[in-house]
Design a protein around this ligand. Structure first.
Ligand SMILES: [Zn+2]
Length: 127
């Protein structure tokens, strides 16, 4: 038996391909959040510094959702509806960018530590 050592691609896309995302590095951790939006989206979020993630087809092919304290927008494909990422409304240095890893090769997730985050209530990790 041979083992394929080719690392999984850092490029992902929504289901229809209209929004394409390239990560600056392989994610090591991801957050599974239970807040009122995330539990519906079933997103698995990896965080990067804003500006380091290449997002093609956005905002031309996307719609956005802004709620609550209005600090970030959740972005989805206008055509297939898949949530691709979230980004800060104000693009200041040090802001975070959340990328939905569900849009990537499942192989990429095998080495990722998934942490459960209680965004619904305590705002702490609960694992
Ligand atoms: Zn799409």
């Amino acid at each position: 038996m041979t083992i394929d050592q080719t690392p999984p691609s850092l490029q992902g896309s929504c289901h229809c391909g209209a929004v394409r995302i390239t990560l600056p590095s392989a994610p090591e951790k991801a957050t599974d959040c239970n807040c009122s939006v995330c539990r519906r989206l079933a997103g698995l979020w990896a965080y990067y510094e804003f500006g380091t993630v290449l997002v093609e087809g956005h905002p031309g092919n996307t719609d956005e959702y802004i709620w609550g304290d209005r600090t970030l927008r959740t972005v989805r494909c206008k055509t297939c509806g898949v949530a691709t990422h979230w980004e800060p409304l104000e693009h200041q240095p040090g802001q975070k960018h959340g990328v939905n890893l569900r849009n990537f090769d499942p192989m990429l997730l095998q080495s990722v530590q998934v942490r459960k985050f209680d965004g619904a209530d305590t705002w702490t990790f609960i694992d």
